[in-house]
Design a protein around this ligand. Structure first.
Ligand code: C2G
Length: 134
């Protein structure tokens, strides 16, 4: 069984997230998602709309996702890859080069980001929409 792992915040799930999860899963048989905890998001200086528990519930409902584990630190990836015996580490290419050190432990693949969509974009557009409605 070929196991894939990827990491992220996955707040306000959108088509960009689904595209990378779908493509990652197609590379193997089992997809693990390291989901950033609320505490880790603060370290990433990322404010989320949904809590970790809500984001985990949503991720586990996505057909491409087989397991969700908490991402608590930048440094857990090697341990996770060893513990879960993953064959491929996948990230969007906005991270290109950042995780090449993982090549010692598994294949590292950066996939093109989906253009024109991000959680920040959704949040900002919702604010404008609300303002326009009032
Ligand atoms: N993504 C994408 N296309 C988009 C938006 C996001 O392909 N339009 C991908 C990102 O490249 C990433 C994944 O979806 O691989 C999750 O994106 P985020 O939730 O923004 O994750 P990020 O904050 O980049 O956290 O240790 C790694 C970090 O936890 C990654």
């Amino acid at each position: 069984m070929k196991k894939i792992i990827t990491y992220g915040t996955f707040d306000l799930i959108h088509s960009g997230h689904i595209h990378i999860l779908r493509r990652a899963k197609k590379m193997g048989d089992y997809l693990i998602v390291g989901l950033s905890t609320d505490e880790f998001n603060m370290k990433k200086d990322k404010e989320t709309y949904y809590s970790y528990d809500d984001r985990k519930l949503i991720m586990e409902a996505i057909r491409y996702v087989d397991m969700v584990i908490p991402e608590k630190t930048w440094d857990q990836k090697i341990t996770d890859i060893k513990e879960h015996e993953t064959d491929i580490f996948v990230m969007g290419d906005d991270w290109r080069g950042e995780f090449d050190f993982l090549n010692d432990y598994c294949d590292v693949v950066y996939l093109p980001r989906t253009r024109g969509i991000s959680s920040t974009h959704v949040k900002n557009n919702m604010i404008h929409l609300r303002d326009d409605l009032h």
